[in-house]
Design a protein around this ligand. Structure first.
Ligand SMILES: C[S@@+](CC[C@H](N)C(=O)[O-])C[C@H]1O[C@@H](n2cnc3c(N)ncnc32)[C@H](O)[C@@H]1O
Length: 258
């Protein structure tokens, strides 16, 4: 290791610290924690379409404050929510208690998931922040060897964005600069942390499909990809006129396994 380079433990420690600090305000951003009934229903429908029918044991990796976990548990799935940030998990736990939902909550990093025989592993917005996504995918397959993988992601950065999407990104930035500031995150990852993560600028659909097919998940057959247009439509319906015309960033899911 080069002098001054971060060890894997340093990287995970910094990531954990970031999300512990972000936990307080994470849910305030509507795209982090959608609350409009139409949008929540669009997500619920997408999850039902992407996953086998409940009851099924599902591991939500990088569960955060629990958007997917709570939606899944309320639809009859037996959910284990794992995340390395105790601060994020505390929010999830509190919401599950208020709603009377039984969710197993585990503090774990993505490369060391809780051991069980899961019927599915899901994640939303986690891949970009993993130090070694290939290692994580292998670990998730080991706890769901005959199950399904559902990676819920989106195109936020410029990498892999189509020319039309690049224009929309510019338009979104411009529209945002003309509006009062909205909550997103308390801060950005430090340059040092970004340089220790292979995909800190986001992953393209091509990259996610390639990673999945190269992993043990790929042995069960080809990866599939779906654009989550219903979720985008529901999001756009809750936006102001300019944002709705530009449209939200593309949302998509990569699916593998049975
Ligand atoms: C962008 S948030 C997404 C949270 C949640 N999945 C959602 O859809 O709202 C990323 C989450 O991944 C967690 N995380 C980041 N790196 C992780 C790792 N190596 N292992 C486990 N969780 C991790 C963070 O603590 C944070 O809760």
């Amino acid at each position: 290791m080069e002098p001054g380079a971060e060890t894997p433990a340093d990287v995970l420690g910094e990531v954990r610290g970031y999300w512990d600090a972000d936990a307080e305000t994470y849910d305030q951003a509507p795209d982090h924690y959608p609350q409009r009934p139409q949008e929540v229903a669009a997500w619920a429908a997408a999850l039902r379409r992407l996953l086998p029918e409940p009851p099924l044991k599902v591991l939500d990796m990088g569960a955060g404050t629990g958007f997917l976990s709570l939606l899944l548990a309320s639809q009859g799935y037996q959910v284990t929510a794992a995340d390395l940030s105790p601060g994020m998990l505390a929010r999830l736990r509190a919401k599950a208690t208020v709603r009377g939902l039984a969710i197993q909550v585990v503090e774990a990093d993505a490369e060391h998931p809780p051991v069980d025989d899961f019927g599915a592993v899901v994640e939303r917005h986690l891949m970009w922040t993993l130090p070694d996504p290939a290692k994580a995918l292998a670990a998730w397959h080991s706890v769901a060897p005959t199950g399904r993988l559902v990676l819920v992601e989106g195109t936020w950065g410029t990498r892999g964005a189509s020319p039309a999407e690049l224009v929309r990104q510019r338009a979104r930035q411009l529209a945002r600069s003309l509006q009062p500031p909205r909550h997103a995150h308390h801060d950005e990852y430090s340059q040092r942390l970004k340089s220790a993560l292979p995909h800190a600028d986001g992953l393209t659909p091509d990259e996610v499909v390639t990673l999945v097919e190269a992993s043990s998940w790929g042995k069960a057959g080809r990866a599939r990809i779906e654009r989550l247009r219903d979720v985008e439509w529901a999001m756009a319906d809750g936006m102001g006129l300019v944002d709705a015309i530009i449209g939200p960033p593309p949302r998509w899911a990569v699916i593998a396994g049975r």
